[in-house]
Design a protein around this ligand. Structure first.
Ligand SMILES: Nc1ncnc2c1ncn2[C@@H]1O[C@H](COP(=O)(O)OP(=O)(O)OP(=O)(O)O)[C@@H](O)[C@H]1O
Length: 262
């Protein structure tokens, strides 16, 4: 007798059933907090950014890497709305929902507590609440005992922590940091990195989005989920951190990772 392989209709076995069209749709991606399309930025005759396309989504920890002058600081300033592009389109989180921490934060000649509180007050918080939030945030970065000190007299690492306290007190959705640990000694570096790691943890069900520039590839590995490599203002690689350090890269990015390009 001729045997005929039985063919079970796919939908007879629930495990094999083809889901209805509505079920197979990809989960909606997290909304882009920052979106740049074909962005150029010129400083006079210097083209600091060149055709940059970049979307950054909620919860990402993006490291901007590249040689000196490749455009990292400029890109951070565009994301923060401090610089407008020469051409292209930019859509960014409102400034009051994000904080930018500079390599050398600017401190006013008043107490540490007032420095943090003034930043909050300028963003519309009442003075009394701003002072209380400043006290809480300084405790958060282990600076409570220095709250009354003149902020100008603090060390670089301490000033960096004050700037992070302010970002924390703002309850920002995104934190942008321009080489946050450059010029710090190894101990201060570790402290600031630990804070960045803590800030990246979910808070009240939200995860802070982080974009930072760094020349420290160890730090990039420890902190980033994604790496954007810039070369003369162009994005040459944009990869998950594991792929950036382990996968094939465009030649110039590969040389940079090997330390053969600085
Ligand atoms: N205010 C400015 N006026 C003119 N040119 C500028 C200005 N700021 C930056 N540039 C130039 O724009 C380019 C990009 O500079 P940017 O500071 O963004 O690079 P970077 O990657 O952050 O560098 P670094 O790693 O040294 O901090 C460089 O050629 C730089 O010289």
């Amino acid at each position: 007798m001729k045997r005929v392989a039985s063919i079970m209709p796919l939908d007879a076995d629930p495990a094999l059933a083809i889901p209805a069209a509505a079920d197979v749709r990809e989960p909606a991606p997290a909304p882009a907090l920052f979106s740049l399309r074909d962005v150029d930025l010129h400083y006079g005759r210097v083209r600091a950014l060149h055709g940059v396309d970049l979307s950054i989504h909620a919860g990402e920890r993006v490291a901007l890497v590249g040689t000196n002058g490749s455009g990292k600081s400029t890109l951070l300033r565009v994301l923060h709305g401090l610089l407008a592009p020469t051409s292209g389109t930019v859509s960014c989180l409102p400034r009051n929902r994000q904080a930018l921490v500079f390599q050398r934060p600017h401190m006013l000649r008043t107490s540490v507590r007032n420095n943090v509180a003034l930043g909050l007050w300028l963003r519309g918080m009442g003075w009394r609440q701003a002072r209380q939030s400043a006290v809480d945030a300084l405790a958060r970065v282990d600076m409570a005992e220095l709250a009354g000190r003149n902020a100008k007299a603090l060390s670089g690492g301490q000033q960096q922590r004050v700037a992070l306290a302010q970002a924390w007190a703002m309850d920002a959705d995104a934190l942008l940091l321009d080489e946050p640990t450059a010029n710090l000694d190894p101990h201060a570096k570790r402290e600031v990195e630990a804070l960045m790691q803590e800030f990246a943890q979910p808070r009240s069900g939200r995860t802070m989005t982080m974009v930072f520039s760094s020349h420290n590839l160890g730090q990039v590995k420890r902190l980033a989920s994604r790496v954007v490599y810039l070369e003369r203002g162009r994005v040459l690689a944009d990869l998950p951190v594991h792929a950036f350090f382990n996968g094939p890269l465009p030649e110039e990015a590969g040389l940079f990772v090997k330390g053969e390009k600085i």
